[in-house]
Design a protein. Structure first.
Length: 629
């Protein structure tokens, strides 16, 4: 058998039969052959280059690497390796660190100014509570008060204990109190998700329930027909010299003077507002079936009293305890307002028929285009009622037989929003940017806050239906323009004004320190001050010892000037109705929870309506028929 040796020569394999001597002889022959290569065989190029080359020269590396099944460039292999190393440090290592290091929740973004102010503004209602306070009351300088209200002077078991004091005095005015509860309920219905986002949903509901529980005491809410409503507790007559809520500067906890109860044997305005408060609250508490039903029953009863043809004299007429303070100028706006809320709460079509009865706007002068009728207040519910009914048209569009009146309400609502814009000069404006909705009279901020809420809500209705704006006469106005109006007025209240002062107590670095408020101005030192003994706290120039957080004061004058003086209530007194509008505006503008409304909850009791072919966008585009004057 022949085989090739590694030098190219051949040799014979005998299968192992040769002797050791022969093997040794062959080995010596192979060695001599190796020493004389030129004589016995030819070298290949690699062998020759090795033999002839310089053995001291470093051999060159091959440019390629044999990986077995793949032959690749050595340079490519090097760069690939470095790429894997870089990827490890840039990608894999951070992932490993993130997976192994204990996780910590990222800090949420700081709340916007509207959210911060909202937390404060709601606290004002806690400071105004009357009656036996809950254990978790967050106002340390407040205690139980008014525990004998209505005892011996009413047929209400347990008296008229509870509710809210109206302002810096200790009077419980039921008309503005009911309006405040209506506004709070409306804001919760539209923006419940925002209240939840800022952690105030349960708080707001508790505040509403504190008010509605009390309102249910002011008439026989379990009956189907009533003949009177208790309209006020406490108060004063102008020029009175006897101890009362105005002559005495006394903490509510220390009241020891008579607190008369006023009774309304007629009063469609008061009854209509109370119906609105109870009906709107019944939607807020729809998850509590028993309480919601109780509220609806009370709302229906008190609204029947409002419609009683023998009881249509304004509740305040001729009453010296009410007329100088909360005089009602009409009641057809409360008819629209109360009926709209009762329709949403019950689905009973008799209420929407009443709200769209042509006689209602005629008697309320809703279509007269009087600029003051576009100003929402505790006395005038027209702009709120028409916006609430516009909601029905743009989202459900019920058509016949309501269409004509609903379209008219939407027309006027659009013009109301136009009147708020500076460019049309319907109202005067101060140099500092405050709209003068009450003609430069004292306490302008409550009207500004209400208008800001209506404007912001109107924008959200447009956004919810995909409508970018509306017409003011021949001018197309974008929704952003109206939103800017709302934010400008609330920003003014929060400190963007010539005084560089926040008019909401406790918000910002500079705010009123001499608020016209008995409880806030008298030290909580466990001493009881007499009716006149408390005057020293009213008249002192010292700051209030108790901070009444969230109280929106009356505000500046028409020259943007503000005097932080306790004795001048025009500047420094807060009110329940004013703060309700502020809360509603703040929650509508906050970014917390997103910019949207709850379109459907308000309609949960509304029955299916007739199908119509008109789209909601058509409803918006047809809404303005009048030129702005």
């Amino acid at each position: 058998m022949h085989a090739r040796n590694h030098w190219g020569g051949s040799f014979e394999i005998n299968g192992g039969d040769s002797s050791a001597a022969e093997d040794d002889q062959r080995s010596r022959e192979w060695d001599r052959a190796a020493l004389q290569p030129q004589q016995h065989h030819e070298l290949d190029e690699t062998q020759q280059s090795w033999l002839l080359g310089n053995h001291n020269q470093r051999p060159q590396k091959n440019k390629y690497v044999d990986l077995g099944c793949v032959v690749c460039s050595r340079k490519a292999l090097k760069w690939t390796g470095w790429a894997f190393v870089a990827a490890f440090f840039l990608i894999a290592l951070p992932v490993i660190i993130v997976k192994t290091v204990p996780r910590h929740k990222a800090r949420p973004p700081p709340p916007d100014n509207y959210t911060v102010a909202l937390h404060k503004a709601l606290l004002f209602f806690n400071a105004q509570k009357s009656g036996k306070l809950p254990k978790n009351n967050p106002i340390p300088w407040r205690g139980n008060s008014g525990l004998t209200d209505g005892n011996g002077t009413t047929d209400v078991k347990g008296g008229l204990v509870g509710g809210y004091y109206d302002a810096g005095d200790n009077t419980k005015f039921h008309f503005p109190m009911a309006f405040a509860m209506s506004m709070l309920s409306w804001s919760v219905i539209e923006y419940s998700h925002k209240y939840e986002a800022v952690g105030e949903y349960n708080h707001a509901r508790d505040l509403i329930k504190w008010g509605t529980d009390y309102l249910l005491l002011t008439f026989n809410s379990s009956a189907s027909k009533i003949d009177k409503i208790y309209s006020q507790v406490g108060g004063s007559q102008n020029g009175s010299k006897i101890p009362d809520d105005h002559n005495c500067w006394t903490r509510p906890e220390d009241m020891d003077y008579p607190r008369p109860v006023q009774t309304a044997n007629s009063g469609p305005d008061l009854a209509g507002e109370m119906a609105a408060a109870l009906a709107s609250a019944s939607i807020v508490f729809r998850d509590d079936a028993a309480y919601s039903k109780k509220l609806v029953k009370g709302a229906a009863t008190v609204f029947a009293f409002a419609r009683d043809s023998g009881r249509r004299t304004p509740y305040s007429r001729g009453n010296p305890y009410i007329d100088p303070y909360y005089n009602s100028t009409g009641y057809f706006d409360e008819y629209m307002w109360g009926a709209a809320w009762l329709y949403y709460a019950t689905g009973n079509k008799s209420y929407i028929s009443l709200a769209t009865n042509p006689g209602i706007p005629k008697n309320s002068k809703a279509f007269y285009m009087v600029r003051d009728l576009s100003v929402l207040s505790w006395d005038n519910k027209l702009p709120a009622a028409m916006l609430l009914l516009t909601r029905l048209r743009v989202f459900l569009n019920p058509g016949y037989p309501y269409e004509d009146m609903l379209s008219m309400y939407q027309n006027v609502t659009g013009l109301t929003m136009c009147s708020y814009l500076h460019q049309f000069n319907v109202f005067n404006w101060t140099k500092g940017g405050m709209i003068e909705l009450n003609h430069g009279n004292p306490q302008p901020l409550q009207y500004m806050a209400n208008a800001a809420f209506l404007a912001s809500l109107y924008v959200d209705y447009m956004n919810a239906t995909g409508v970018p704006g509306w017409n003011c006469g021949p001018n197309f106005i974008t929704s952003d323009t109206l939103r800017s109006f709302a934010t400008s007025q609330i920003d003014y209240i929060l400190g963007k004004n010539p005084m560089k002062m926040s008019y909401v107590v406790g918000f910002g670095a500079k705010y009123p320190k001499h608020v016209h408020h008995r409880g806030a101005s008298i030290p909580n030192d466990h001493k009881k001050y007499s009716c006149t003994g408390g005057w020293k706290w009213r008249d002192t120039r010292n700051n209030n010892p108790n901070t009444i957080n969230g109280a929106m004061v009356g505000g500046p004058d028409r020259f943007d000037k503000f005097k932080d003086v306790r004795t001048n209530y025009s500047y420094t007194e807060p009110t329940l109705a004013g703060n309700a509008g502020l809360v509603a505006a703040l929650v509508s503008l906050t970014e917390s929870g997103g910019r949207a409304i709850d379109k459907n909850s308000i309609f949960s009791a509304v029955p299916p309506l007739y199908p119509v072919t008109r789209t909601t966008s058509n409803c918006w585009s047809e809404c303005v028929r009048y030129n702005l004057s």
